[in-house]
Design a protein. Structure first.
Length: 132
């Protein structure tokens, strides 16, 4: 809602090259944190409100495995009133770009791509998700 801010930071492991993100919800009226800091795997590449009042935000994460040269996508819904995640969706393949929404916000489209670096081929996937 108008009295909340989503704060995101991340660290990269110098040894493994993996990224870990941290997310906190801040009450802008009191300056205090709502709930606890959430630690999530991967790099957050998008934070989109799911409701007009801002009470739900979907965080889109890109998780890259440098050892297998493969990626995956995770989408986590954060309840900004409590600071807690409510749902997480995992998709195979690396994110092609941040999700898009239809005009009324009731549907979200996500695309992922898998690459075979040995054969030079790629496969794309498209998911249309209903937002509730």
């Amino acid at each position: 809602d108008a009295g909340r801010a989503l704060i995101v930071s991340y660290t990269r492991s110098p040894l493994l090259g993996t990224i870990t993100s941290r997310v906190a919800v801040l009450n802008t009226m009191t300056g205090k944190q709502t709930g606890f800091t959430q630690t999530l795997s991967g790099e957050i590449i998008g934070a989109d409100p799911l409701r007009v009042d801002g009470s739900r935000v979907v965080l889109t994460r890109r998780i890259w495995n440098p050892f297998t040269m493969s990626g995956s996508a995770k989408m986590t819904v954060i309840n900004t009133s409590t600071g807690w995640p409510t749902n997480t969706l995992s998709l195979s393949g690396d994110l092609a770009w941040s999700p898009g929404f239809n005009a009324d916000g009731s549907r979200m489209v996500v695309t992922t791509t898998t690459h075979n670096y040995f054969t030079g081929t790629s496969n794309s996937r498209l998911a249309v998700l209903r937002v509730v």
